[in-house]
Design a protein around this ligand. Structure first.
Ligand code: T3D
Length: 262
C-alpha cells in the first residue's frame, strides 16, 4: 500500500485517487507502480466490475515528477526512455484491463498526466480542469500515448498545435473537440463520476471487455478486418449468461441483472 495512491473498494467498483496533492499529483515511480498494482488488483478481484481514477486536491496529475532524478547528473543525462517505459506500462494496462475505467479529471492534467486521463475509457472533466501538452515547455515530446490519442480524437491540425505550443485547453473545449466525453460543473464532477462508475459496475462486464479489445484496433484496422473481429466478439458475447439474461429481461419487460464476470 502506497500513500501516493488511495484505493477505496466500493460496491462492485474501485476508486483510485492519485495522492500527491502538494505537487498536483505529479507522477513518481512509487505512484506509477502503485497504480499498476491497483489495476492488477481490480482485475483479479472477482467482484470488481469497474474502476474510477481521479486526483486529490486541485490537480489531476501534473505529469512526470520533475525532481532531481530528471536532471543531468555526473554520469550524464537521465535515461528518459527507461522512465517512459513505466508510464507506458500504465497506459497499456488502462487500455487492456478487462474492466471499464472512468476518469474524473478534477483539475489540471499535464504531460503524461493528460495521457493517463486520455487512456481511460470514459473521461469526465470538471469545468475548471485544463489539459496541457506540457512536454514541449521542457524540451520533450508527447509520450504515454499523447501523440496517438490527440491525433485520433481531435485531428492532426489541433494535435500538432497542442503539442508544439503546449497551450492549455479548458475542459469545455476538450469536450467540444471530442478529446473527452463530457464536461461537468466542478461540484457535480465526483457525484456524476461515481454514479457513472456504479452504473458501469452493473453492466455486462465481459461485453465491455470485448468492446475494449475491438476499440483497441478499430483505428488501425480496415473495415473487413474489423467486421471479422466484431463477428467473433459477437459470437462469444452471444454465448454469455449476460446475453441470455439481457434478452430474457427484454422479453419479460424488466431491467436485466447482469452477472458481469463469468
Ligand atoms: O522518461 C519519461 O517518460 C519522461 C516523462 C515525461 C512525461 C511528462 O509528463 S513531461 C511533463 C512534465 N510535467 C510538466 O512539465 C508540468 C509541470 N508543471 C506545470 O507546468 C504547472 O505546475 C501546471 C501547468 C501543471 C500547473 O500550474 P499551476 O500554476 O496551477 O501550479 P504550480 O504552482 O506550477 O504547481 C503547484 C506545485 O506543484 C508547485 O510546487 P510548490 O512550488 O508549491 O512547492 C510545483 O512545483 C509542483 N509541481 C507541478 N508540476 C510538477 C510539480 N512538482 C514536480 N513535478 C511536476 N511535474
Amino acid at each position: 500500500m502506497s500513500e501516493t495512491l488511495s484505493v477505496e473498494r466500493r460496491d462492485g467498483w474501485h476508486k483510485l485517487t492519485l495522492n500527491r496533492p502538494d505537487k498536483l499529483n505529479a507522477a513518481n515511480e512509487e505512484m506509477l507502480r502503485a497504480l499498476l498494482a491497483a489495476l492488477d488488483a481490480a482485475e483479479t478481484d472477482r467482484v470488481c466490475r469497474a474502476v474510477l481514477l481521479t486526483g486529490a486536491g486541485r490537480g489531476f496529475c501534473a505529469g512526470q515528477e520533475l525532481g532531481p532524478a530528471m536532471m543531468p547528473g555526473p554520469d550524464g543525462p537521465p535515461d528518459l526512455g527507461a522512465a517512459a517505459d513505466l508510464h507506458h506500462a500504465v497506459v497499456r494496462k488502462l487500455r487492456s484491463v478487462p474492466l471499464p475505467v472512468v476518469c474524473a479529471v478534477n483539475g489540471v492534467a499535464a504531460g503524461a498526466g493528460a495521457s493517463h486521463a486520455l487512456a481511460c475509457d470514459i473521461v469526465l472533466a470538471a469545468r475548471s480542469a485544463k489539459f496541457t501538452m506540457a512536454f514541449v515547455k521542457i524540451g520533450l515530446v508527447p509520450d504515454s500515448g499523447a501523440s496517438h490519442f490527440l491525433t485520433q480524437r481531435i485531428g492532426e491540425a489541433r494535435a500538432r498545435a497542442m503539442a508544439m505550443l503546449g497551450e492549455a485547453i479548458d475542459a469545455t473545449r476538450a469536450e467540444a473537440w471530442g478529446l473527452i466525453w463530457k464536461v461537468v460543473d466542478d461540484d457535480a464532477l465526483m457525484p456524476e463520476a461515481e454514479s457513472l462508475t456504479a452504473t458501469l459496475a452493473k453492466a455486462p462486464t465481459e461485453a465491455l471487455a470485448r468492446m475494449k479489445r475491438l476499440f483497441a484496433v478499430a483505428g488501425s484496422n480496415g473495415l473487413d478486418a474489423q467486421l471479422d473481429l466484431e463477428r467473433d466478439a459477437q459470437a462469444a458475447a452471444g454465448r454469455s449468461a449476460d446475453y441470455a439474461e439481457g434478452v430474457r429481461a427484454f422479453r419479460e419487460k424488466r431491467s436485466p441483472v447482469f452477472q458481469g464476470r463469468e
